[in-house]
Write a protein that binds this ligand. Sequence first.
Ligand code: CTP
Length: 400
Amino acid sequence: MSGQLNIVVGVTGGIAAYKAVNVIRGLVLAGHNVHVVATEGALRFVGKPTLEAISRNIVHTDLYEGVAEVRHVAIGQAADLIVIAPATANTIAKLAVGLADDLLGNTVLASRAPVVIAPAMHTEMWQHPATVHNITVLRSRGVTVVGPAVGQLTGTDSGPGRLEEPDEIVRAALAVIAPKDLAGHRILVTAGGTREPLDPVRFLGNRSSGKQGIAFALAAVARGAEVTLIGANLEVAAPGSMRVRHVSSTLELAAAVEDAAPDVDVVIMAAAVADYRPAVIAESKIKKELAGDRLTLELVKNPDILARLAEARRPGQVIVGFAAETEQDADALLALGRTKIARKGCDLLVLNRVGWTEGFGADSNSVIVLDRLGDIVMEASGSKQSVANRTLDAVAARLA
Ligand code: CTP
């Protein structure tokens, strides 16, 4: 899913309303047009200027404003998706009976778009038979319920009822409307960065967090693919919605990829792989008393997993490589990418610039995707999730 969608974010009056700001931000970063409909209660917890600045659109609250343009139905009619975060017990009850006593209620009733709600309330309210019944009613109507999470609530209480993390709400909401164009396809994604052990306590590593690879894996799942993720020292938790294997060194990654690759239609090699590893791994901790003032490490070359995959590819298999380069000049960066895809033999190469302050660990990215001829297939920037989705568009086109 790459087109810009009209997403209505309903914000209702609970303390978690301040977290709605990050939900809105995530949807905007994913490239969508976000209209906030806030209840009066929501505006007691978070200011309209904040919601307007983050959504980049006017925030609507009042049912009796904009009557000439029939706003109480227009917003809902134009929506591709409605996300209500946080959804209070009161809002959930109103949605369950179809009340339209405020702009949000009207918007939901006037819309055919899928609805996603992220409840947030105290545990007693969440577990009350009235709320349990209302949630059952909404689910039976096709509403997607995200969370709530278990954890710290307002005051000193904790338990089920905490708003799900904003990133997860964004992911789950976009998954609802993702086209299932990768259904029936098996996809292998590698993520993270390899570590090459020097001794039992040390390694040579790199700064890859695994976020971009995980974004690819999640986007592929949302589009219906059966995904296997091979994670190398991930800094973020691996998602539960796929098969996950954890590895550490390049040789372990190579073995895991070799094992999984023959059965998949697509391999996405997002992991940052060490080109060299220590020639010898010390049995015990290297001591400076023995090593002296200078320590020379001898390194040997690692196998090039991507090049091997491309060589062994079955007809129809799509292999996607990555190139993270520090080159600052745009033309020289492109030239590096073209040389790399020619050398690796993969079908697509996702090229991005990294540096001391760029790329690693960030939540957004900016990439150029090249094909085997070195032609630019597309350029994308935004959240790592939207970059993944744009790149998967190119993958889906090749599978078709
Ligand atoms: N890669 C791999 N095996 C290696 C090194 C890299 O499979 N031993 C993969 C990476 O996962 C990535 C792509 O190759 O998809 C490019 O990685 P990069 O480190 O940019 O390329 P190198 O081959 O290391 O080229 P150079 O060091 O010259 O930049």
